[in-house]
Write a protein that binds this ligand. Structure first.
Ligand code: SF4
Ligand code: SF4
Length: 96
């Protein structure tokens, strides 16, 4: 599953920089999670990093996005290939 941020969010800004997938961004009233980018941190960490740091525990699983582990891994790989393509474009992965 992807995770989601509820309206109990106090906009403390702590979770956004912790997300390895850049899935968290400020919405109209509070921070939101892009479910297409949230892997529950699969591929990066053992635990969802945003949940670890949120002081008000307002980041539950998103019931609209029930995704088993293989789907989360596939999402992770898709996001990584996007990162690789982006780096190739900007030349940040050049070697030698
Ligand atoms: Fe980002 Fe991980 Fe939180 Fe999903 S669970 S929003 S990938 S920090
Ligand atoms: Fe909102 Fe929790 Fe993120 Fe702070 S850590 S911005 S309260 S979701």
């Amino acid at each position: 599953m992807a995770l989601m941020i509820t309206d109990e969010c106090i906009n403390c800004d702590v979770c956004e920089p912790e997300c390895p997938n850049q899935a968290i961004a400020m919405g109209e009233e509070h921070y939101l999670i892009d479910p297409d980018r949230c892997t529950e941190c699969v591929g990066h960490f053992d635990e969802p990093q945003c949940v670890q740091v949120c002081p008000v525990e307002c980041i539950p699983l998103n019931p609209q996005r029930v995704e088993p582990q293989p789907v989360l891994w596939a999402k992770y790989r898709r996001l990584q290939s996007g990162v690789a393509a982006s780096n190739a474009t900007t030349g940040t992965t050049e070697v030698g």
